[in-house]
Design a protein around this ligand. Sequence first.
Ligand code: AGP
Length: 610
Amino acid sequence: MCGIIGYVGDRPCRDILFRGLRKLEYRGYDSAGISVIDDGRFSLLHSVGNLDNLEAILDQLGGDGTMGIAHTRWATHGRPSTENAHPHTDCSGRFAIVLNGIVENYLSLRAELQEEGHTFTSETDAEVVAHLIERAYQGSLQKAVVEAYRLMEGHFTFCAIAVDEPDTIVGIRKETPLVVGVSEGENFLASAIPAFLAETRSVIFPDDGDVVVVRRDGVFIADLDGNPVERPVEGVDWDDEAAEKAGYETFMLKEIHEQPTALADTLTERIGPDGSVALEGLGLDAETIEGLGRIVIVACGTSYHAGLIGKHALERWARLPVEVEVASEFRYRDPVIGPDCLCIAISQSGETADTLAAMRLARQAGARVLAVSNIVGSQATREADGVLFTRAGLEIGVAATKTFISQVLAMLLLGLYLGEKRGHLSRDQVRTYTQELRRVPAMLSDYLEDGAADRVEEVACRYSSASYFMCLGRNIGLPVALEGALKLKEISYVPTEAYAAGEMKHGPIALLEEGSPVLVVATDSRVYDKLISNVQEVRARGARVIAIASEGNESLAEMADEIIYVPRSDEMFAPLFAIVPLQLFAYHVARCRGEKVDQPRNLAKTVTVE
Ligand code: AGP
């Protein structure tokens, strides 16, 4: 939520900052702004709407300043407007700040500051920070930032600059991301690595409460009392190309097509020559695995759906009871957790506020915590006892695709791993599964190259004017239906509901009428026959069945109005294939309706607010 970038160096930075914002646009896009220190004073620019509007007026900002901060906003407090766009300044115009997150006690701080004579120009919570710094400043921006930070409640990251210190940006974080890009003679602060990836791959990941002082000639980190803190500089191997569309019309389409690679990378070195699953860094020794009594998976959105698939794998293979919980609900319950519980927090970003809170709650209650994440250095990975990384690479599209498929694969691998370690699967059984898993990336790649996408596009465009979709699935196909429905909601805005197919007759079937499109995940499975009865129930109401089926299933072709085949696989691996046409279906429905799929309304890629 919200993207921040700051630069200090020798180069004119207006365009560097703007390019950084472009890379962060997925985090929010309702307004944007840049502030550069030029000739001893701030040069400021704000615009409403996406970054094209800022770009159109960018020339109004002096092009010579070599230090500045910029922001792209996802509104929380105050509607999208130029007044509410960041950077915000204080009354004297000597300080500017950009903030990501929420200052929960901003109303009382604002009232206090107003009483002291400060004048506010926006409705945001963030503006208090500029005034707090103004009040505290006595010649040291670092100290003023600390004073402001100590008074603020909530979860946020902010960066501040002062006209009197034209060589310094100070950044600080509390439970939301902040990364430092380190380079020769210039340095960066940002809320995510892509912002400066084209300039440097050397990164520092500060902790909460680290006061990060970034200057042209170096980065100094201190604790709140001013004592120096050492944080390592780490190299990231992401390719800046990954942050480009590489010929695709959108990031989402590119990322859908990158799924075979994401699977192959997530599998790399995780299947041993003997066919066993090798997972390092889980933080689970043999004794702990043996002593596990149950598993609780906490996650949000798409990651929650990956968790539901993980439940099937863990229950079937590791024979452990598994609950999958929406993190925002779990965190406010009083769950019964004990030391025999493993909490698995799934979060591609590793920064989702609700998921972080849920994993902390589980931990306090005595559970071990395993994070499944795509981002090295993210908060979830730092707080967990162990980490299972997905290796989907950078995902820019707000609608998760390749991170989902990688999470599903990670959960399948974990299921096989724990299954063998707990003695419920023999090595031969595991080998049979892993032999098939090894083939999945190539099978998916062939599938996408063989024109599957065109077939889905053709079907999707035929149904793109529908006013409602229903998605059905059973067993491991149900989370796939749920995820397909989420994709449709997120990017096409067509009301879509997903149900367990067997549950439909208990109510939702009343929604069906002549011609209603119903997407059915009907790949081969142990419940296939049961699902077919549900398909008949749909047909009997005159609704139109769009079936996702295993290649070669001709009998279903006769029953369905549309059939989209996916490669045949073991039923446990079917989600890795079945989700792809659903992603493409949602994508093409959205495109046919003229929607901007990479920037769906009201959404942001990383949800760092609760
Ligand atoms: C997926 O398309 C979403 N935009 C969203 O549901 C996402 O999966 C959710 O916010 C969780 O994010 P995380 O995996 O980064 O925790």
